[in-house]
Ligand binder design. Structure first.
Ligand code: PLP
Length: 395
């Protein structure tokens, strides 16, 4: 947050338009140009965007949605909001959902798969896409809504809460798969304090512009006209064509987002990458350090958070290492505690023993801070605290 953002918000405040209006529409166009998808709808949060799409696709009771065991709770909670069943799939060693685990989890009730680009590193989208297109998998699919009939297969809904600006085979997240959702929550790479966006990239027979218009209505109480179009002269009458939701973004949020997006590639992403590179260079010297993947031939991360793993330790040792890091006045985190370990999901009958890779990733993981204002000196201090704490516990 800086003066430029504050000025943009103040300008919006005094503009005479503070809720969804011209700035939101402009931010949507900028996001479409940035990601290369067909259309973008801004919403009040990433969670709202995910749920909106599940509702649009007609997800409800008796449906199953495949979700990684290793993610933030939003990815799974929205499935429950729709009354459907969460089917967890285990992670791979890159922290992302495993293709083999997805394949094993598919049943005739599977309607959607929600891969998550954990820490900003894109999933294997070509493989996931090929999987849902496979003849024997398409044959299992039983459509139960107009949209499901039009698609004729499992929908892939990418949770790209971490991965705006990441690359996969020379394309950005946002146009890799059917539909992608970004989050602009305060902790994410690009923030509007709270907010999110739905990137539409559906193939024919879908018309993405038409789907955009429909979602725009669903995200605002099913009103046939939003407040902005009602301000046109003589245009007071509107209808309610469905019991929609209240998921719209405000122009104050969009004002922040536009400033952030304008400098994202030239300033914010390079700084994050520099912090990643600094961590990798310093920690790479220790044989106990297992560094996260962030650049391969096909993929470039958006450098959201640095997922360091310590080789050969237990969960209890990891916790002691974290305590040692905090004693050195450095704040670290764990991304994520797998959802089957959370009380609600455990009580619902999920068992972490069914997701051994997610557990292994989690039990040895320490998330190092990555944010714009973190200086090189601070990054070096983080590394020093981690190294001292690890050696205290393991050596
Ligand atoms: C933050 C996050 C979300 C939810 O985004 P909100 O904008 O906070 O609703 C969803 N999935 C993942 C993986 C996240 O980290």
């Amino acid at each position: 947050m800086d003066k430029k953002i504050a000025d943009a918000v103040v300008e919006a405040l005094y503009s005479g338009w503070i809720t969804t209006g011209p700035r939101t529409k402009q931010f949507e166009k900028m996001l479409t140009a940035y990601g290369g998808q067909a259309a973008t709808l801004c919403v009040s949060s990433g969670s709202a965007g995910l749920e909106l799409i599940l509702r649009w696709f007609g997800i409800g009771e008796n449906d199953e949605v495949i979700v990684p065991a290793y993610t933030y709770c939003a990815t799974a909670n929205v499935v429950l909001h729709c009354g459907a069943k969460v089917v967890f799939a285990d992670a791979g060693s890159d922290f992302n959902i495993s293709l083999q685990a997805i394949e094993k989890a598919i049943t005739p009730r599977t309607k959607v798969i929600i891969p998550v680009d954990v820490a900003g590193y894109p999933c294997d989208y070509d493989e996931i896409n090929a999987l849902v297109q496979r003849e024997e998998i398409r044959k299992k699919f039983i459509p139960a809504s107009r949209e499901q009939e039009m698609l004729g297969r499992i929908l892939v809904l990418s949770d790209a809460a971490h991965s705006i600006g990441a690359w996969y085979k020379r394309k950005r997240t946002g146009n890799l798969i059917d539909i992608t959702v970004y989050s602009f929550h305060a902790v994410k790479n690009l923030t509007t304090a709270e907010g999110g966006a739905v990137c539409l990239n559906l193939s024919p027979p879908f018309d993405n512009e038409a789907v955009y218009r429909q979602l725009n209505i669903t995200s605002l109480h099913g009103q046939s006209k939003d407040a902005l179009s009602k301000t046109q002269v003589g245009s007071w009458r509107y209808d309610v064509i469905e019991p929609g939701y209240k998921y719209n973004m405000t122009d104050l949020q969009a004002a922040m987002g536009m400033v952030e997006l304008e400098r994202y590639d030239s300033d914010m992403l390079p700084r994050r990458k520099a912090i990643f590179d600094r961590y990798a260079a310093a920690l790479g010297q220790y044989q106990w350090a297992q560094l996260p993947l962030c650049e391969t031939t096909d993929k470039t991360s958006s450098y959201h958070v640095f997922l360091l793993c310590i080789k050969g330790i237990t969960e209890e040792q990891r916790d002691r290492i974290i305590a040692g890091i905090f004693r050195r006045e450095v704040a670290v985190n764990v991304h994520f505690v797998p959802l089957p370990m959370m009380t609600y999901y455990r009580d619902a009958g999920y068992a972490i023993s069914d997701f051994p890779v997610a557990f292994d990733n989690y039990s040895r993981e320490i998330t190092l801070p990555v944010y714009y204002d973190l200086t090189d000196e601070m990054a070096d201090e983080v590394v020093r605290a981690v190294a001292e704490a690890v050696e205290e516990v393991v050596m």
